[in-house]
Design a protein around this ligand. Structure first.
Ligand code: HEC
Ligand code: HEC
Length: 270
């Protein structure tokens, strides 16, 4: 059922459907009617949406506009992109990992301590979801890793994710000052939401390419990797994605340079 719905959402006609839906949203009428059509959509009450609208006006509208339409400053720089159609999942991911509210413009919004309670995040997510349909927060069923297949998850991870996040999710640098973060300790719901919303340089893995069951397998794999003892015997502090990624780069490259120098000095002596 959930799959059928999400298949429709990605249909080419979905864009038109979204447009039509947006037209009907005027006055929040859509929000009042929609939740009954899908078991997947959290029953967002109008009071919750109102609370979300208020929180959003205070904390987010300076960059994203009062109605999530996005903001551009006088120089034509985008202060915040439009959030129409990004869905509850994007808000839950961005605010739930502390990326939003963005403190200052940078190459990449980074994880920070979370500034809102889960209730407040839910309210803002409900508000943004009321603007236009978009990916919803995942069903508990797909976060229950005890039902996941770790071996399959590992295969899927190596095919779809490891080119950026490394074979065990340790992360790595990308171009233009961006990086794919270390996935250690990321909550299952945020892993799922990253896949369906594709933050920044990360692609969206829709339910046709990677089914909800596949996503659960991937999450189960990441969980099992974390619970393994450190193969090299060193946890390098597990200080978080940035420190750890940087450490890996510095030490890795330093070691390579050291080895190269050593080989050169040895061969020149011979
Ligand atoms: C200082 C400006 C600023 C503030 C304040 C801010 N944002 Fe953002 N937001 C941005 C920018 C810039 C991006 C795009 C950056 C990126 O992709 O990493 C973004 C991206 C997002 C996205 C991802 C959109 C997508 O396409 O997936 C969401 C969701 C979001 N913001 C929600 C919020 C919410 C909710 C708040 C308030 C709690 C908030 N933002 C506050 C600037 C801001
Ligand atoms: C093209 C490179 C790329 C691929 C492929 C990719 N990601 Fe990402 N991923 C990123 C980047 C870049 C970010 C950081 C985005 C941001 O901070 O806004 C990210 C962020 C994440 C996060 C958030 C981590 C955190 O610290 O909150 C998760 C979880 C994640 N990715 C999981 C996955 C999974 C699972 C796959 C495979 C299905 C995958 N990614 C494939 C580039 C990639």
């Amino acid at each position: 059922m959930g799959r059928l719905l999400s298949t429709r959402r990605r249909h080419p006609l979905a864009a038109i459907a979204v447009l039509v839906a947006v037209l009907f949203t005027a006055g929040g009428a859509y929000a009042a009617l929609a939740p009954t059509t899908s078991q997947n959509v959290q029953a967002a009450s109008s009071t919750q949406i109102d609370e979300g609208r208020q929180l959003f006006a205070i904390g987010c509208s300076s960059c994203h506009g009062l109605n999530g339409e996005g903001q551009i400053n006088d120089n034509g720089d985008v202060l915040g992109p439009s959030l129409i159609g990004v869905g509850a999942a994007a808000v839950d991911f961005q605010v739930g990992t502390g990326r939003m509210p963005l403190a200052a413009p940078s190459a990449q919004a980074e994880r920070k301590p979370v500034s809102y309670s889960q209730d407040q995040i839910d309210a803002m997510a409900a508000f943004v979801a009321s603007l236009a349909p978009g990916p919803d927060v995942p069903d508990e069923e797909y976060l229950d890793t005890s039902q996941g297949n770790v071996a399959r998850g590992g295969e899927l991870f190596r095919t779809n994710c490891s080119q950026c996040h490394n074979t065990t999710g340790q992360g790595g640098a990308l171009t233009m000052g961006q990086f794919a973060p270390n996935l250690t300790g990321v909550e299952p719901r945020h892993i799922y939401e990253a896949m369906i919303t594709g933050p920044q340089a990360m692609p969206v893995f829709n339910d046709q390419t990677v089914t909800p069951e596949d996503k659960r397998d991937i999450i189960a794999f990441l969980e099992s990797v974390q619970n393994e003892p450190d193969p090299g015997g060193l946890a390098i502090g597990r200080a978080g994605p940035v420190a750890e990624g940087l450490w890996a780069w510095l030490v890795g490259i330093g070691l390579l340079i050291g080895m190269a120098t050593w080989i050169v000095t040895r061969s020149s002596k011979a």
